[in-house]
Design a binder for this molecule. Structure first.
Ligand code: 7PJ
Length: 385
């Protein structure tokens, strides 16, 4: 089906009223939108028609309209109890969407180095082996220092180590393939041969991806969303898992002229992009369960877009993939707390907790120790100690 379906969770009446206006629902009581289960489906008219038909079985009210530039349905399920008998039925796209939204299942991700399994949010610790990354550039450029940092992150609670050899901050100098290979491959080899932790490699270059997996990496983290067809091929061939991230524009210029109207509904637009990238990857032979999705906080987004993506993070689970959130030390946090990058730990932990509570499977962070401690408490509260 060429649709994107998601449970919609409104923050307040104003936000719900916005959707009411675009679906011409003058008679629908606001309380139903705020307290019922609201599903937004967008896409091809024929698929929407089939969904509208199927939703009759669920005692739903269905309204058609437009949303974020697409044909859309708003499906309102006023009573959750009408669903109780239907929840195990995985074949209905609507039920699958509700299940993905609400139920925390075990995360299972096959990678190039075995299967990653987790019952709660995982921590991906950032290791930049660059001379110029924005918050810790130069610190771990030296291989011994990088290895020592990887070791300490594992002790502090990192479940995955993400190694990056190219800075993606706006205006950073591009790095040649040879240079990136020489920064990344030796450290991947060293970590994979002596630490028991899955390694992810933050790269946009297929040559680096292939060499990194050969050296022991499990996951390719491509901020360009598998934009290069050869990168899709590299992921398919190597059996690596892939983080597919949304970015608007290219790193050097992505923050130029981003405004509120860059997106209609930022969550909808990001989900459509990710939906299409998943299809491209699947067509090239990358199995769906190997794909992790990421809205790409800070990559061509305004301050408000970043906050909205974090607040509505759970909606993205309706694509059926584990969600990764990278908020750590980013500018939108600096904007709120007024601190330089390496003094944004508290703000970053706050964002990571919101992501975890909102269903993120992986949080990508610099401050592993503090995040692990905070997540330990959140997990005990939300899932039991
Ligand atoms: C992200 C990333 C992110 C993923 C960077 C920084 C900039 N990869 N690589 N998600 N950010 N998947 O760490 O601030 O948000 S580099």
């Amino acid at each position: 089906m060429n649709t994107v379906i998601r449970v919609r969770n409104y923050r307040n009446t104003e936000e719900a009223l916005g959707d009411i206006a675009s679906f011409h629902l003058p008679h629908l009581p606001l309380s139903v939108l705020l307290y019922g289960t609201v599903i937004m489906a967008e896409g091809a008219v024929n698929d929407l028609r089939a969904l509208a038909y199927a939703s009759r079985d669920l005692d739903a009210k269905v309204y058609s309209g437009r949303h974020s530039g697409r044909d859309a349905l708003l499906i309102v399920l006023p009573h959750m109890d009408t669903l109780s008998g239907l929840l195990p039925d995985q074949d209905s796209p609507l039920i699958r969407c509700i299940n993905d939204y609400w139920y925390d299942r075990e995360t299972v991700i096959p990678t190039a180095q075995g299967v990653i399994r987790a019952n709660g949010p995982m921590i991906m610790g950032i290791l930049n082996v660059t001379p110029d990354s924005f918050s810790d550039g130069g610190k771990y450029f030296d291989h011994d220092a990088a290895f020592a940092r990887a070791e300490s992150m594992v002790e502090e609670g990192a479940d995955i180590i993400d190694i990056g050899g190219e800075s993606t901050r706006p205006g950073a100098a591009p790095v040649s393939t040879e240079e990136e290979l020489s920064r990344v491959v030796p450290i991947v080899k060293r970590i994979s041969s002596s630490l028991n932790v899955p390694i992810s490699v933050d790269t946009m270059k297929p040559e680096v991806a292939r060499a990194a997996v050969e050296a022991g990496a499990a996951i390719i983290n491509d901020i360009s969303g598998l934009n290069d067809p050869d990168m899709v091929a590299a992921v398919a061939e190597t059996g690596a898992a892939a983080v597919v991230m949304h970015m608007r524009g290219r790193p050097a210029t992505m923050q130029n002229d981003v405004v509120a109207s860059t997106y209609g509904d930022v969550v909808a637009d990001v989900m459509w992009y990710l939906h299409n990238r998943i299809e491209v990857a699947e067509d090239a032979g990358v199995s769906r369960e190997r794909i992790i999705i990421d809205p790409g906080l800070g990559f061509g987004k305004t301050f408000d877009h970043n906050l909205e993506l974090l607040r509505r993070c759970r909606e993205m689970r309706c694509l059926g993939q584990p969600v990764l959130i990278g908020a750590s030390r980013k500018q939108f946090i600096g904007h709120l707390v007024g601190a330089v990058a390496n003094e944004r730990t508290g703000g970053s932990v706050g964002a990571a907790l919101v992501a975890a509570i909102n269903g993120a499977a992986i949080v990508r962070v610099h401050d592993v120790k503090e995040t692990a401690q905070a997540l330990r408490v959140v997990t005990a509260i939300t899932r039991g100690a």
